[in-house]
Design a protein around this ligand. Structure first.
Ligand SMILES: [Zn+2]
Length: 148
């Protein structure tokens, strides 16, 4: 059993069913006949990947090389996950009756390519702060209204 809890997942499974145009309502019979389908509550949904995502919760853009400019229309796939260890899984309280425990100052960063290759690293608190600061600096230095 994993001790990690997912805090962030950027992947192809994060679309907002009921909002994203890739998902269309279906009857239970239609869903079962199609094979792959989603269920939310008592509603069934069929996914059509040929329809453009309208919810904005897409997978990352597939990396095509260091000489290729990416664009929003490029193929998507793979995933980025950030996971952390809950306090109740701190080694000092793990396996006890308490849900309280000290903070675990490590996080797991995993990146999955579309072809299945992956890399998983554990970052300490200082490295996580460096990553946060770099991402914040990058975001603050860009104009979100400019193309590319
Ligand atoms: Zn979507």
């Amino acid at each position: 059993m994993s001790i990690y809890a997912t805090w962030l997942s950027i992947d192809d499974e994060s679309h907002i069913i009921g909002e994203c145009a890739q998902y269309a309502r279906a009857t239970a019979e239609e869903a079962r006949a199609a094979g792959g389908y989603a269920v939310s509550g008592d509603r069934y949904w069929l996914r059509d990947r040929s329809v453009a995502c309208s919810c904005g919760q897409q997978a990352p853009i597939i990396y095509e090389g260091s000489h290729i400019n990416p664009s929003a229309e490029d193929p998507r796939g793979g995933a980025v996950l950030f996971c952390a260890i809950p306090n109740h899984c701190h080694p000092s309280v793990r396996g006890t009756d308490t849900d309280d425990g000290p903070s675990v100052n490590y996080g797991r960063l995993a990146v999955y390519q579309d072809d299945g290759e992956s890399c998983t690293l554990v970052l300490d608190r200082k490295q996580i702060a460096q990553l946060r600061d770099t991402l914040t600096e990058w975001l603050d230095s860009r104009d979100p209204e400019e193309a590319l």
